[in-house]
Ligand binder design. Structure first.
Ligand code: ADP
Ligand code: MG
Length: 496
C-alpha cells in the first residue's frame, strides 16, 4: 500500500458513526482511517522540512557536498513503534557498563592485538588498523583523556523474549541528531492526533542524544584546556547524512566551542604535528577529533588517508575514537568478549557481568567445527559477519552455507575474516514507512540503539551516561538495517 500526502487539514478525520473518536492501539495500524494517515503524512513532511529532519537527496548530484542543495526528508516511520518499558530500562542501565567495558578493553593492547592478529592476516583493513595500534604500543602512547561516543544496538528476540545485542558501535555512531528529531516529530503528531489514535505522546521517551553529545564534546574540549583550540569532525568527501552531523555542531551557539569539518585527505595536506605532540590543521590547534569517516576501507582510497589517521593518532588531540576504542568495537572483539571468563577480566562487579552477558547472543569464531556444521545444516539460524561497519556487509541464509562450504573446501585462512552470530528474530508488526514523501504499509521489525557518552581524564571519570536512543525500523523481509544504506527508516519508541 502506498499513500501520497493529502494537501492539508481539511476533512473530517477518523470518526465513528456516532461521531466519536475511534482509538487504536500503537500496533493496531490496520484500523486507522486512510484520511487520517494522509493528514498525518502531510503534517509530518512539513514538520521535517521546518525542523531539519533532512538528508541529502540522492537524485541531486551536489547534495552530498553542498549544504542546502537537494535536501529530502529523512526516511521515517509515521508512528512510533511499541516497545516494552522494562527492556528500555534494561538497555539504559547497561549503557554505562558498556562504556566502562570499552575503556577497560582499550587499555589491554595485548588482548586487542592477539584477538585480531589472525583476522589481520586475511583482512587488509583490519591489518592497517592493527599497524597503527601496534605503533602506538611501541611508542608507549597513553591517552590520558578518553572520549567515547557509543551506540549499543539491540533486537528483542521473539522466541526467547530476550533483548539481544546486535553490535556495539565505537566509531561514527550515526543519528544522534536526527533520532531526537524523529522522537519530537512523533510527539508532535500524537499531540495533534493522539486522541483519535488512542495514543499518549508522553509515552515517547525524551530523546536527549544531541544535547548530551554536544555537552560531552564541550567537556572534552574543556579538559584539553586551550580555549583557542577547535573540535574537528572528520567527514567523508560526500556525505548525505551531513545534517545529522551539523545538528551536533551547534556547539558554538550552545557551548561557545568552535568546530571545523575536514576530510582525511585534507588532514593529510593541512595537518602538522608540533614537537610537543599538539595537532594543528590549517594553522589551528585541534583539541578533539570526532570521526564520522574512517570506519570503512572506502574512506582510505590512498596512502594519504592512512597518513592522516596515523598523524592524528600520534597527537595529543583527544580522538573519538582512539585506535584502541575503534578496535574494541570490532565484531571480532565482540565475539571474544562473549567467550567464557573474558568479561571477568575487565569488569569488577558480578552483577554488571551478569547484566552484560544476558544480552549477548550466541557468537562464535569459524574455527569451531561443531558450530560450522550446525550453520551449514541450518544457515537461516546464523549471520556471518566480516570486520566491517556501515551496513550491507553481512551474509545471510543460503549464502552462509555456500560461503562456509567454500572456505572449508579451499582450506585457506579466510575463516579468520568472519564471525558467526546467532540470528535474532524480532516480532514483525505492520508499520507505516515513509520514504521520498510516500507512505508504505508493510510488516516491519525494529532495532533499538542506545547511545552512551564517556569521558575520563586519567583516573577521573567525568561523564559516564546513557545518552538518548535511536529506533530503526525496516521491512521484515530485509536482512540488513542501515538507514543511510537505504534499508531502514528512523523511528521512535512508544513505551508499553
Ligand atoms: P554494521 O556494522 O554493518 O551496522 P551490524 O552487525 O549492525 O553491522 O549488522 C547490520 C544489520 O544486520 C543490523 O542492523 C541488523 O538489522 C542485521 N543483523 C545483524 N546481526 C543480526 C543478527 N544476529 N540477527 C538478526 N539480524 C542481524
Ligand atoms: Mg549496525
Amino acid at each position: 500500500m502506498a499513500l501520497q500526502p493529502s494537501s492539508g487539514h481539511e476533512g473530517s478525520g477518523m470518526k465513528t458513526q456516532e461521531g466519536q473518536s475511534n482509538p487504536v492501539l500503537a500496533s493496531d495500524v490496520h484500523n486507522i482511517d486512510q484520511g487520517l494517515i494522509e493528514k498525518m503524512l502531510y503534517d509530518a513532511l512539513v514538520w521535517s522540512s521546518l525542523h531539519g529532519l533532512v538528508v541529502g537527496d540522492r537524485s541531486s548530484q551536489r547534495s552530498g557536498k553542498m549544504p542546502g542543495v537537494g535536501m529530502v526528508h529523512a526516511p521515517f516511520s509515521l508512528l512510533p513503534t511499541s516497545f516494552p518499558e522494562s527492556y528500555w530500562r534494561q538497555a539504559c542501565e547497561i549503557a554505562p557498563i558498556f562504556n566502562e567495558l570499552v575503556d577497560r578493553v582499550s587499555l589491554d593492547g595485548k588482548f586487542l592485538q592477539d584477538s585480531l592478529s589472525r583476522t589481520g592476516k586475511v583482512d587488509a583493513f583490519t591489518s592497517r588498523l592493527l599497524d597503527i595500534h601496534s605503533k602506538m604500543l611501541q611508542m608507549g602512547k597513553n591517552e590520558d583523556i578518553r572520549l567515547g561516543l557509543h551506540r549499543s544496538d539491540y533486537m528483542l528476540d521473539q522466541q526467547t523474549n530476550l533483548l539481544l545485542q546486535i553490535e556495539l558501535n565505537t566509531i561514527s555512531s550515526s543519528f544522534p541528531g536526527l533520532s531526537c528529531l524523529v522522537s519530537e516529530l512523533h510527539r508532535s503528531l500524537l499531540g495533534h492526533y493522539g486522541e483519535s489514535l488512542g495514543l499518549d505522546s508522553k509515552r515517547i521517551p525524551q530523546n536527549t542524544a544531541v544535547d548530551q553529545y554536544a555537552e560531552v564534546f564541550a567537556k572534552a574540549w574543556a579538559e584539553y584546556n586551550n580555549p583557542r583550540s577547535l573540535v574537528m569532525v572528520i567527514v567523508q568527501t560526500e556525505e548525505r547524512n551531513m545534517y545529522d552531523q551539523h545538528w551536533l555542531f551547534h556547539l558554538y551557539d550552545t557551548h561557545n566551542v568552535k568546530s571545523i569539518r575536514k576530510t582525511l585527505a585534507e588532514v593529510d595536506a593541512q595537518g602538522e604535528l608540533k614537537p610537543d605532540g599538539r595537532l594543528f590543521v590549517d594553522g589551528q590547534e585541534i583539541s578533539v577529533v570526532y570521526f564520522r569517516a574512517g570506519y570503512t576501507p572506502n574512506d582510505y582510497p590512498s596512502e594519504s588517508e592512512w597518513r592522516a589517521r596515523l598523524l592524528m593518532e600520534q597527537s595529543l588531540a583527544i580522538k573519538c575514537p582512539s585506535i584502541s576504542y575503534h578496535l574494541a568495537g570490532t565484531k571480532k572483539i565482540q565475539q571474544e568478549l562473549a567467550k567464557a571468563g573474558v568479561l571477568e577480566r575487565y569488569l569488577d562487579s558480578q552483577e554488571d557481568i551478569a547484566e552484560v552477558r544476558k544480552c549477548f547472543a550466541g557468537l562464535w569464531s569459524l574455527d569451531d567445527p561443531v558450530i560450522i556444521q550446525k550453520a551449514i545444516e541450518n544457515p537461516k539460524l546464523f549471520v556471518m559477519k566480516p570486520q566491517r561497519e556501515g551496513g550491507g556487509n553481512n551474509i545471510y541464509n543460503e549464502d552462509v552455507k555456500v560461503n562456509l562450504l567454500r572456505i572449508q573446501k579451499e582450506g585457506t585462512e579466510e575463516d579468520a575474516a568472519y564471525i558467526l552470530m546467532q540470528r535474532i528474530f524480532p516480532r514483525a508488526s505492520p508499520t507505516f514507512l515513509v520514504r521520498d514523501g510516500i507512505c508504505h504499509k508493510d510488516h516491519a521489525v525494529s532495532e533499538l540503539g542506545v547511545y552512551g557518552t564517556y569521558l575520563r581524564n586519567k583516573e577521573k571519570v567525568i561523564v559516564n551516561q546513557q545518552s538518548g536512543y535511536l529506533m530503526r525500523t525496516k521491512v521484515s523481509s530485509s536482512n540488513e538495517g542501515g538507514v543511510a544504506a537505504g534499508f531502514a527508516v528512523l523511528d521512535s519508541m512508544y513505551l508499553t
